[in-house]
Design a protein around this ligand. Structure first.
Ligand code: F6P
Length: 336
């Protein structure tokens, strides 16, 4: 068999570990492995990179993706498209290349495209990827643990400077429409206030909490904000909006920190390397059984897979009664 592997959407640590897992396992099954460059664009413009034992070695710990990525959505027409029917063109190119299966490493959008290509009759396997941890159908995605580690390190470092200046430090964390990173890093980093899109907040309650802390003699506070929370205006960024509201209402000196893309940079954490390797090798086993049209998943730490048709277009958000939220409230964390 001959397989193509692509990575699409926002990059994150662990993609190369996944490519390595799929590729090395596929080679043991006797398969030929080809990298598809820059996400689905590679299938549109026939950009390929043959992968073998040599090119797959030394990439386990490498950040980013050796294949490159893009946010090309073949089923979405956009201004200046040179190709009229992109999905049909992709199918033809895949057939010309003799691909028996395409492995799509990506987040929500990528899995939706993978499901649509599968419905067109292409053999496809999805592997969930994102720092946001918001892909429906799996308990966890690689990239998330590394992002939580980086974000927690940033929060840890804010405590000393906030204490020195007696300030409120607001940190805005990525996560798209979900609050997984802010929740986990906020708890791990000892955030006093954690605001996530899944839990509506009242800024007056946040300000009361911060003033109460100040009146109790607490020298500083840490406010952890997910980028996807509601703000005054669409153009407001979450961190800046919350900091402005706090300083205006409480007169407490407030500063904002936005780690942004550093959450997606550098080498994957050991846990993400393991998740990525498990998912990659499991994907190869599905291909070997010709069990196509599925996305690899982890349920209660067991490898499994779910139909791609069930994943497309869904987002896995933090449940409002999530156990970590309940436990955080018991130690006085304020969720607004
Ligand atoms: O999906 C990963 C992610 O980093 C989100 O957390 C963030 O909102 C988005 O990608 C940023 O997109 P881009 O990389 O296109 O700026």
């Amino acid at each position: 068999m001959k397989i193509g592997i692509l990575s699409a959407g926002g990059d994150c640590p662990g993609i190369n570990a996944t490519i390595r897992g799929v590729g090395k396992a596929a080679i043991t099954y006797g398969m030929e492995v080809v990298g598809i460059l820059d996400g689905f664009s590679g299938l549109l413009f026939n950009d390929y990179l043959p992968l073998d034992e040599r090119s797959l070695s030394g990439i386990l710990t490498l950040g980013g993706t050796i294949l490159g990525t893009s946010r090309e959505k073949p089923f979405k027409k956009k201004e200046g498209d040179m190709i009229a029917d992109k999905p049909q063109f992709i199918k033809q190119n895949a057939e010309k290349m003799g691909f028996d299966c395409i492995v799509c490493i990506g987040g929500n959008g990528t899995q939706k495209t993978a499901a649509q290509l599968s419905e067109m009759g292409m053999n496809v396997i999805g592997i969930p990827k994102t720092i946001d941890n918001d892909v429906w159908g799996t308990d966890v995605t690689f990239g998330f643990d590394t992002a939580v580690n980086i974000a927690t390190e940033a929060i840890d470092r804010l405590h000393s400077t906030a204490n020195s200046h007696k300030r409120v430090m607001v940190i805005e964390l990525m996560g798209h429409h979900a609050g997984w990173i802010a929740l986990y890093a906020g708890l791990a980093g000892g955030g006093d206030v954690i605001l996530i899109p899944e839990l509506p907040y009242n800024i007056d309650r946040v300000n009361e909490e911060l003033l109460a802390r100040s009146c109790k003699g607490k020298p500083y506070s840490i406010v952890v904000v997910a980028e996807g929370i509601k703000t005054g205006k669409k153009s407001d960024t979450a961190g800046a909006y919350i900091a402005e509201q706090i300083e205006k209402a409480t007169k407490l000196e407030t500063r904002v920190n936005v780690p942004g893309y550093t959450l997606r940079g550098g080498s994957p954490s050991p846990l993400d390397r393991i998740i990525a390797t498990r998912m990659g090798t499991y994907a190869a086993s599905l291909i070997n059984k010709c069990d196509f049209g599925r996305m690899v998943a982890i349920h209660h730490n067991e490898m499994t897979s779910v139909p791609l048709a069930e994943v497309g277009g869904k987002t896995r958000l933090v449940p409002s009664d999530f156990f970590l939220i309940k436990q955080a409230k018991k130690i006085g964390t304020c969720f607004g």
